[in-house]
Ligand binder design. Structure first.
Ligand SMILES: CC(=O)SCCNC(=O)CCNC(=O)[C@H](O)C(C)(C)COP(=O)(O)OP(=O)(O)OC[C@H]1O[C@@H](n2cnc3c(N)ncnc32)[C@H](O)[C@@H]1OP(=O)(O)O
Ligand SMILES: O=C([O-])CC(=O)C(=O)O
Length: 372
């Protein structure tokens, strides 16, 4: 048996949800640039789950269903109030709350296509309420109910901040949600598929995926990018700081990718958004610093920014707490996780690879009282 470290290059399933071919990313065959430039997040979610873009009536119905399903059982918010809240990372809170959400869904263990689609819708809707509700509760505020007249991105910001957001913020969050919605067989999506391929339930799959996304080599990188930029502080400190990381052989967060070797096609959208939004916020230094980091890392190491790099300064300029960056990624990626879980259920086979054994040769068993 031979093995490939980290399963690099291994094709583990077929999928029609999204593809990365020759560095071009598509969702159900639609180019990511078109979706990022023209689509609402709701349209993209519909596309990922149904394999086609919605018409106007379908989109209106679907968007209304999402808002109608956003409420979360009070017990979940009450339990959050009992968390050791000052120390709890929002990704840990999200992982816990999504798992708990399954306790209140009477269909949770159904894996039929119809039930799975209903669960997907409920999860997509409620995850936004969980993230924003936790963000408010830890600041001593009450969660806010969504408004019927607002779309998904606008409701997310409304439930977070308690005031109706400006169009520029809604457009930015919408685009970020579209860009993060799916990405072929990334680590968290693979995790979700492995979990539900045992015919376990939807909530277990999404809970497992949240756990995988949380790590700094995956979705957790965006928060760490902001920590790095904050530590650098000023543009003229970039070169020395990054050189220091090279010298210590530390990874530069937000750079590199397992699949893209010529650049992540989502990064340019986020770079443009970062330039615009940091300018509007009167905080261009975060964009300028990011560009200087990119120049240094690319020139010296040939590494290019991934989706996490410029999303950090985008979210920062919208006034979003840094530890909410990865939960926002999770809100978006739930669309993709759901699509992959639906696809897995539709044509399931247990996912069970092999390991190449490298442990000790066969050993003689020594009874406990004879061991030294
Ligand atoms: C949404 C997402 O998940 S996007 C990815 C988010 N994660 C990050 O931004 C964290 C930083 N990046 C990384 O750790 C990696 O590039 C990953 C995890 C994304 C991809 O990893 P892999 O495909 O396993 O590449 P691997 O870690 O083996 O790196 C290959 C080489 O490039 C180097 N390298 C890769 N990324 C980086 C980086 N960000 N900084 C410094 N060096 C890097 C490695 O040190 C290694 O060098 P070596 O061969 O001299 O040892
Ligand atoms: O595909 C990956 O390995 C990571 C990634 O960019 C994503 O999940 O968006």
């Amino acid at each position: 048996m031979s093995q490939t470290r980290g399963l690099e290059g291994v094709v583990a399933t077929t999928s029609s949800v999204s593809s990365i071919i020759d560095d071009v990313l598509t969702y159900q065959g639609y180019h990511i640039d078109d979706l990022a430039n023209y689509s609402s997040f709701e349209e993209v979610v519909f596309l990922l789950w149904n394999g086609k873009l919605p018409n106007k009536t379908e989109l209106e119905t679907f968007s209304n269903e999402l808002v109608a399903n956003m409420s979360v059982p009070n017990e979940i918010f009450n339990d959050m109030k009992a968390y050791p809240i000052a120390e709890v990372h929002p990704m840990a809170a999200l992982r816990t709350a999504v798992s708990q959400l399954g306790l209140y869904d009477q269909e949770a263990d159904e894996v039929t296509e119809d039930a799975a689609k209903r669960i997907a819708l409920r999860l997509q809707a409620k995850i936004a309420t969980i993230v924003t509700g936790f963000a408010r509760i830890r600041n001593g505020k009450e969660p806010i109910k969504p408004k019927d007249n607002l779309g998904f991105a606008a409701n997310f910001l409304y439930m977070l901040n308690g005031e109706e957001p400006k169009d520029v913020a809604v457009d930015a969050v919408n685009k970020a949600l579209v860009l993060h919605a799916d990405h072929e067989l990334n680590a968290s999506t693979f995790t979700a598929r492995v979990c539900v391929a045992t015919l376990s339930d939807f909530y277990s799959g999404i809970t497992a995926a949240i756990g995988a996304l949380k790590g700094p080599l995956h979705g957790g990188a965006n928060e760490r990018v902001m920590a790095m930029l904050s530590e650098i502080g000023e543009v003229d400190q970039v070169d020395d700081y990054i050189q220091g990381l090279f010298d210590k052989k530390e990874k530069i967060m937000g750079f590199g990718h397992r699949v893209y070797k010529n650049g992540d096609p989502r990064a340019k959208h986020l770079r443009d958004m970062s330039k615009k939004l940091t300018g509007i916020a009167g905080e261009s230094k975060w964009y300028d610093m990011s560009v200087a980091v990119e120049e240094k890392v690319t020139n010296d190491k040939g590494l290019l920014p991934n989706v996490d790099f410029y999303s950090a300064s985008v979210y920062h300029s919208l006034g979003i707490d840094h530890d909410l960056f990865t939960p926002i990624f999770a809100v978006s990626r739930t669309a993709g996780w759901n699509a992959h879980i639906l696809e897995q259920y539709a044509d399931n086979r247990l996912i069970r690879p092999r390991a190449e054994y490298v442990g000790p040769d066969t050993q003689k068993y020594i009874p406990l009282d004879e061991r030294s």
